[in-house]
Design a binder for this molecule. Sequence first.
Ligand code: AMP
Length: 196
Amino acid sequence: MSLKRICVFCGSRSGGRPIYAEVATRLGTLLAERQIELVYGGGNVGLMGKLADACLEAGGRVVGVIPRALMDWEVGHEGLTRLEVVDSMHTRKARMAELADGFIALPGGLGTLEELFEVLTWAQLGFHAKPVGLLDVAAYYTPLVQWLEAGVSEGFLKPENRELLLHADNPVTLLREMGQYHPPAVARRIKDERQL
Ligand code: AMP
């Protein structure tokens, strides 16, 4: 699967330990080196700002998509290749999903998880067949992964839908896994039936 543009969801805060910003910076640099365009929420705060700055500094292309109402709060980044200012959070998420060939979640808070689980549920329904990866820095997401396993063992989550979320502790491995991703047959079949 060729990944020309990746959408990254991440915290509007930087987290309590330097490792989070370090990995956000590493991911931004790696995307630039691989000539993969970064799509993200367009802010200049927290891990979002670190990620975008690193990608730009390494010569990469960065597209931000930000709701008008958040321009002040998330400090719309002025140095991006392109900043799309949209009318709502819904439009932002739809636009980011439309632009990207795959999705990565770095550590973040409620917004990051909301965005991650939305693209996962869209994958589960076959609305897209793009890879979704969790970049698990410093085991931050270990409880989330455990919860997914519990979802399977308790019968709320189909094992094949659990597999929709790729998982690695470093950007190089995660990008490799995403590049080798084959969507589950179920998702592909639903996708074909619905002709989405
Ligand atoms: P957070 O992980 O809470 O720091 O938020 C990260 C990003 O998610 C920020 O760009 C927020 O604007 C965005 N965000 C926050 N809440 C939501 C939501 N309900 N739906 C979609 N995105 C959100």
